[in-house]
Design a binder for this molecule. Sequence first.
Ligand SMILES: Nc1ncnc2c1ncn2[C@@H]1O[C@H](COP(=O)(O)OP(=O)(O)O)[C@@H](O)[C@H]1O
Ligand SMILES: [Mg+2]
Length: 255
Amino acid sequence: MKEKPGSFIISVTSGKGGVGKTFITTNLATCLAKEGKKVLVADCDLGLANIDIMLGINPSLTLKDVVFGDKHLRDVIIRTSGGFDLIPASSGIREMAQLLFEKIQVIKKMLLEIDDYDLIILDTGAGISEVVLQFNLIAHQNIVVINRELTSLTDAYAMVKVMYQVFSRQSFGIIANNVCDEKEGLGIYKNIDNISKRFLGFSLDYLGHVQQDNAVPKSILRQEIPFLTAPRSRLADNFCTIARQVMNLPKNRKV
Ligand SMILES: Nc1ncnc2c1ncn2[C@@H]1O[C@H](COP(=O)(O)OP(=O)(O)O)[C@@H](O)[C@H]1O
Ligand SMILES: [Mg+2]
């Protein structure tokens, strides 16, 4: 019997916080939804969930009702203005931030049962806590977001190294965020790629850059999705390029 294909699961992760994971997740998901893909985003920043805030929605059920209640992941899914579906999480709940391994396995099992999406994107928290590592492990592919700050580079490398040493992962996509132009993005990618090649022995995949756009903080304040409000901007163009790369990534991990 042929194995069921299932949904392609990617995680958007980083070493350092505040590099733009959630911003990239929501805009990438919007872009792919506009291109006709069926996309589900899961807010996996369990302690400080904020996709719902970014989108201006107030969900009545969240991941907390799955982990500590009797709900299935499917019960908490809501449709967003970006055209993609969302599994919202809750913010400021300590038990969620320090979720036990067994509880993450429950989420993992349910996620794998959701096999009718083209793509599931896990927006993780920052750092290399067990919760973040486990969500990265669930994904077929891990996308690491970096910016021009040196600490972002060293922390991203720490994430790649730990995922390699603990789970033998050797395939990572890199997105350079908040850059002036294509050249700066490529330069940032080359820095981390060189370090990975030298110390870990494998190369990283460059998925593209997202330029710094002064309109972004304002649009986040207005709870708008820049890809929707300015679909012809260079920023939107950046996301279209990344979206193509993401859909071409091989589903090379059995999860
Ligand atoms: N390309 C960008 N241009 C301008 N501002 C950005 C860009 N990417 C991120 N930001 C700013 O950085 C903030 C943090 O982004 P966020 O996605 O919440 O980071 P993370 O999820 O990695 O913690 C956003 O609220 C936004 O104001
Ligand atoms: Mg975030």
